[in-house]
Design a protein around this ligand. Structure first.
Ligand SMILES: Cc1ncc(COP(=O)(O)O)c(C=O)c1O
Length: 305
């Protein structure tokens, strides 16, 4: 699948065209997965383009590399400016996805990656709508476990980590599901390959803690804050696999997936097989917030123009 990437990209401090942003085949990240990335969305509301929670994404971007001593040789301000700049330079007036990433460059076959290893940084963007159907998707618990802190840091958004997501997705698709759910090393629910998970039980939201190897998702955090402001109880606690199928509602959260209802789990209908009322409420709030229709959350938005 080739993406409709916008003409201008940002590469090592400069705007250039996509065809000129090239790296050699000896790039370390291609061999060992030593890349760090973020996924960010910007929303066009007919007046302006709003980048959602830019500061939080830039903070996590730097932190991910620190787990592996991979240097991001640009300040947070420079990265933020480049992200805003890529939208401006391409004159984007459509909702889009922005992908900043950095990676170990020409470093031979050396596994001793230090802060001194050369890195490259790039940012590109493309127009983006819904990742999944907002009417709900099917999901199933697969046999592959989410990796834990016993093997890799789950909080590092690193290229190599996503092989776990890829193999879980392949299995889910083979089983006929739209999306996989991974259990953690103890057999509790962790998350989906690229999304956090929430269940609803008796009008309360429950989501696995970070100790279940769930990524500290920025959308997860937004949902926790939004729910609290709506006086909906939120608990971060372990969820067993059997609790999933008897949930009143289930939804996924993520930059790409936004709020996606799960209407069937392991082949069993969730609720009445349609997005539940709390899920719908969270979807509505989230859409209003990203479109700058709810001034209580306007500090989560960075206007491009
Ligand atoms: C493994 C994983 N979990 C959860 C998420 C959701 O995180 P966020 O809401 O910050 O996009 C993502 C996406 O970044 C992810 O890759």
């Amino acid at each position: 699948m080739s993406l409709p990437i916008s003409k201008y990209v940002w590469f090592d401090g400069k705007f250039t065209t996509l065809d000129k942003a090239k790296v050699p085949i000896t790039t370390h990240a291609i061999h060992y997965g030593t890349s760090v990335f973020e996924g960010i969305r910007a929303y066009w509301n007919e007046n302006n383009l709003f980048i959602f929670r830019l500061d939080e994404h830039v903070k996590r971007f730097r932190k991910s590399g620190q787990f592996y001593n991979i240097s991001l040789n640009f300040s947070d301000q420079a990265i933020s400016n480049a992200i805003i700049g890529i939208c401006e330079k391409n004159k984007i007036k459509k909702s889009c996805y922005i992908r900043p990433f950095y990676f170990v460059g020409d470093y031979g076959i050396n596994l001793h990656v230090t802060e001194k290893a050369p890195t490259n940084v790039a940012i590109f963007t493309f127009p983006f709508g819904d990742l999944f159907s907002k009417n709900g998707i099917t999901a199933g618990v697969g046999s592959w476990r989410k990796f834990s802190d016993m093997s890799n840091p789950p909080q590092a958004k690193m290229g190599g980590n996503y092989l776990n997501s890829i193999i879980a997705t392949q299995e889910a698709k083979r089983s006929g599901y739209d999306e996989a759910i991974l259990l953690d090393h103890n057999g509790n629910v962790s998350e989906a390959p690229g999304e956090n998970i929430f269940i609803v039980r008796e009008e309360q939201l429950i989501t696995p803690p970070l100790s279940s190897s769930a990524l500290n998702g920025i959308t997860r955090d937004a949902i926790i804050k939004i729910a609290k402001n709506l006086n909906i109880d939120v608990t971060e606690t372990e969820i067993s696999r059997s609790e999933l199928v008897i949930s009143d509602e289930i939804f996924l959260t993520g930059t790409a997936a936004e709020i996606t209802p799960i209407i069937s789990m392991n082949g069993k209908k969730i609720g009445d097989g349609k997005p539940g009322h709390i899920t719908k409420k969270m979807m509505k709030e989230y859409t209003d917030i990203v479109m700058n229709k709810n001034q209580n959350y306007s500090d989560w938005l960075t206007a491009v123009y």
